[in-house]
Design a binder for this molecule. Structure first.
Ligand SMILES: NC(=O)c1ccc[n+]([C@@H]2O[C@H](COP(=O)([O-])OP(=O)(O)OC[C@H]3O[C@@H](n4cnc5c(N)ncnc54)[C@H](OP(=O)(O)O)[C@@H]3O)[C@@H](O)[C@H]2O)c1
Length: 236
């Protein structure tokens, strides 16, 4: 898709990666709309993109995800892409995580992105795209991150199934599957403490690759063995 002039909603624009993706898209001429949970961070993000519509939502309330799509679409006169860049993590042994936290991860990392995309698929026209951030845990589920890994794998599976439906409607489906990034995400778990982690990748590099992948109509963006970002035209 052509990003210059495209109307793109970034859900999770208040996060570090979401903010970098928003900045990259705006830099390529897209008309961005922002969605986020934290009101003050959302206001700050909106100040960086004057005139951009901004909608609040909470991943626990699927109707707020649908409302964010409807409101920003109305404000921009339609949408050409919806990028989901929000998420939540927990660390700990499976028996210690607890049902509430497991449910939280599934709600934030799988059900809420699916709610955004269901609303988007109802209005997107041929030539448009949906994109979501999962993570390298989809390929390599990590000990002490079982429910996080499972919630991201659920989203991958959903995207893979939907890709076939969306292709016939002319809508591209991009999965963004990065390795560890230097965003501080691992320091903000809902419970637990992150294991020692290597230096993370630069979220701005991933943001640039996301924009490249959207322009190319690619299906998968993942981290290579050397930490580089690899864009794959077809997901496997
Ligand atoms: N950093 C990494 O190492 C890494 C690696 C692979 C994949 N990822 C994925 O990348 C995505 C972005 O993370 P990040 O690294 O940019 O971390 P981040 O800066 O902490 O961003 C997290 C985002 O998720 C949002 N969020 C969390 N809980 C929410 C809820 N209940 N309702 C609505 N929004 C919620 C936050 O919103 P507010 O700020 O508005 O509260 C924020 O926008 C996540 O999906 C994560 O799983 C990260």
């Amino acid at each position: 898709m052509e990003l210059n002039g495209a109307r793109v909603l970034v859900a999770g624009a208040t996060g570090v990666l979401g903010g970098a993706i928003t900045a990259e898209l705006a830099g390529r001429g897209s008309r961005v709309a922002l969605a986020g949970r934290d009101r003050s961070r959302l206001d700050r993000a909106a100040q960086v993109h004057p005139g951009a519509p901004a909608a609040g939502f909470d991943a626990y309330a699927p109707e707020s995800c649908v409302r964010a799509v409807r409101e920003t679409s109305a404000a921009l006169g339609g949408l050409d892409a919806v990028v989901v860049a929000f998420g939540s993590v927990a660390f700990g042994a499976a028996q210690d995580i607890g049902d509430e936290v497991a449910e939280h991860l599934m709600a934030v990392n799988y059900l809420a992105p699916a709610a955004f995309f269901r609303a988007a698929l109802g209005i997107l026209r041929p030539g448009s795209a949906i994109a979501a951030v999962t993570g390298a845990v989809v390929d390599r589920p990590q000990p002490r991150m079982s429910d996080y890994s499972a919630s991201k794998a659920a989203l991958t599976t959903w995207l893979n199934a939907v890709r076939g439906e969306a292709r016939s409607a002319g809508v591209a489906v991009l999965e963004i599957r990065p390795g560890h990034l230097d965003t501080g995400f691992a320091d903000r778990p809902v419970v637990g403490t992150a294991p020692p982690l290597p230096q993370g990748g630069d979220p701005r590099h991933v943001a640039g690759a996301v924009a490249d992948a959207l322009e190319a109509g690619a299906e998968l963006l993942r981290s290579g063995p050397d930490g580089s970002t690899v864009v794959e035209r077809r997901a496997r």
